[in-house]
Write a protein that binds this ligand. Sequence first.
Ligand code: GDP
Length: 364
Amino acid sequence: MEHPENNEEYKGLVVNSGVEQPSIVNPYLQRGRFARRRLTADDYVEGILKGNTAILGQAVTLVESTNPEHQLIAQEVIEKCLPYSGNSIRIGISGVPGAGKSTSIDEFGIHVLQRTGGRLAVLAIDPSSEKTKGSILGDKTRMEKLSVHPDSFIRPSPSAGSLGGVARKTRETIILCEAAGFDKIFVETVGVGQSETACHSMVDFFLLIQLAGTGDELQGIKRGIMEMADGIVINKCDGDNVDACHLAARQFQNALHLFPMPDSGWLPKVLCYSGFYGLGIKEVWDMIYEYIDFVRQNGYFQHRRAEQAKYWMYESIHEQLLSGFYNNATIASLLPRAEQSVLDGQKTSFIAAKQLLDTYFALL
Ligand code: GDP
């Protein structure tokens, strides 16, 4: 039976009663629970390196925390894990809502675990999670088979901050997962905007899931997103939809031929599959492994990772400059007046911005 303390209704009753209630929890149990020693950065690192997923999960929570104290420990843990990271293949998986990402990731995950053993972490970048306070991407309930697999670790998107902040946390989580022995990392993202760029900047292979539709498949998809893809897969190639999928695949393949050859030297392939019926899954992964072999041999694999590390250095600078500025108490108190003076036409945007920035830098 569920413990009454965990019951929302019960909590509501207690909060609303207005009467101080005696604790119903055994005081000794409670003391034991709260007296648990706080883990040090070294404890986290030790647990992670042993592959302990409970400790890994707690460390990821620290990474996601906005509490400066947690952040300090998190950064130390990340730094200490860094030498043990990098030994994985990182796959980005993108597609619009309803494209079949979770269904596919469940199948893909089981396939790669059966095929190569090892451990799989499924992470996510969901920029909308800031508004909805909690992402559905990467949610365990969406991946029935993987969620009960002993060698998988599923983590929804971090939910706080800007897209850059959310993406940075996902990237840091990759480092921790790799140090914990996860040799396959999936990063799921919604195919609707900038989150692809963030996802692309942390993976070795970017897979775009598409659907066949009305014959004008190419119209709904931004050229930039297609250019990022190392492979495009048309999902739901089953039942009456098979011909439409093959037609869509030909259209995508033709469109890809019009793009300049990617730096990787790999011409993206287009395949059809059915995540729901588990058809064509092996072929999708043959393609991905073929790509990995190809870029490992021609040196692009390492080149891309090095470029990504550089990209994330600049992203970190941008993010920290922004948050340092906006979280500064003096700036926060000056901003409303500055904004009003620009709205009233008393100051130009440029002058108002310059004054605020000058004030900020003088404070440092
Ligand atoms: P997501 O929003 O991209 O994660 O998509 P879901 O995996 O939740 O799938 C959306 C809907 O499409 C669900 O109703 C799935 O059952 C269905 N679906 C997913 N993959 C397939 C497929 O291969 N074939 C068919 N016919 N339906 C699928």
